[in-house]
Design a protein around this ligand. Structure first.
Ligand code: SD4
Length: 326
């Protein structure tokens, strides 16, 4: 896993900066919390957001459809064999079983999600089917799997990827049989996109916390926690310790703060403050938020240093460092 702390040491501005992909640092978030604004705009959590955004951008350019863009974009991450926190190749729960969570939302309020689902390679597409083919918002566990079968999704063999198997065996040697929650073991992809026509959509997909209890569900499939999108205001997504994010309904909170006039940056910072006030042992917790408003201004903020995100607009794609509370 990349050393994000070291990565951060290279930050030379107190504001978020652009790193490797642009080749030069550019100030993004001004001290008053405003950023430049872009439409269309695609934002994704973490470095794996770079190829995901590229794919989403292609789809958006071809079809103009933001929902297709956010689905196709994160499917790239769901298939990335190097990724240990998204897709079936991700680290398993403490029983050694990979279980996945995902959600998708449109700015008109349509949404769908799946939680604790097994053997499905693209949980984001299954979440979209829940949104489009059922009267429900969230299907979980065996019910979600049965729905996938009924929708013609192939069932994957339940085997760990070689990398995940190795790490799981290593973990078992010293496991305290307690889900590991630290600031470096969670890399959900959350993606939010704003189309030229002002339409918005978001997607979020993860294998969740490594070595979690069997049946544990994080924030990513919980509409309002891991993802929230409202065409009238803006969109937000979250990464990090799901329990801490669910407690404050983080993504919904950010959209509501923007509705009341906060910039995306101010709203993300307020959500982190709220999260800190509602969670104990904060030094063990990493959580980060990403948001844009309907003008296409954006912001990001995390509890601990090390959170970065991918940003794509007409000038190209960049990996940016978010500011953090600590
Ligand atoms: C969860 N939020 O399941 C997810 C974990 C994660 O980056 O990796 N977030 O709690």
């Amino acid at each position: 896993m990349p050393d994000r702390r070291k990565f951060l040491k290279h930050s030379i501005l107190s504001t978020a900066i652009i790193l490797p992909f642009s080749g030069k640092a550019i100030s993004l978030i001004k001290s008053n919390g405003a950023s430049d604004a872009y439409k269309p705009l695609i934002l994704s959590t973490w470095e794996h957001g770079m190829p995901a955004n590229e794919r989403a951008w292609e789809v958006l350019k071809e079809s103009g459809n933001v929902v297709d863009a956010v689905e196709e974009g994160v499917k790239v991450t769901e298939l990335d064999m190097d990724n240990l926190s998204v897709g079936l190749q991700g680290l398993p729960d403490r029983e050694g079983i990979p279980t996945l969570d995902a959600s998708i939302m449109m700015g008109d309020g349509s949404c769908g999600a799946v939680a604790f689902v097994r053997q499905v390679k693209h949980p984001i597409s299954l979440a979209r089917k829940v949104m489009e083919e059922t009267p429900h918002v969230l299907l979980a566990g065996e019910g979600a799997r049965q729905f996938a079968i009924a929708q013609g999704f192939p069932m994957e063999k339940e085997a760990l990827s070689p990398k995940a198997e190795m790490m799981y065996q290593e973990w078992k040697k010293t496991a305290t049989y307690k889900p590991i929650i630290n600031i470096e073991n969670h890399d959900t992809i959350g993606m939010i996109a704003l189309g030229e026509d002002g339409k918005m959509a978001g997607s979020c997909t993860t294998s969740g916390l490594a070595y979690k209890m069997h049946g544990r569900v994080g924030d990513s499939p919980i509409i309002g926690a891991g993802l929230y999108v409202d065409d009238e205001v803006g969109a937000a997504t979250a990464t990090g310790l799901g329990e801490s994010i669910i407690r404050i309904n983080g993504s919904f909170l950010i959209v509501e703060l923007m509705r009341q006039g906060r910039t995306p940056q101010e709203a993300c910072e307020e959500a982190v403050r709220r999260l800190i006030s509602k969670n104990k042992n904060i030094s063990d917790i990493q959580a980060g938020f990403l948001a844009f408003n309907k003008e296409g201004a954006y912001g990001a903020y995390s509890v601990q240093p090390g959170f970065n995100f991918a940003c794509h607009h007409q000038k190209g794609g960049n990996l940016l460092d978010a500011k953090s509370k600590f």
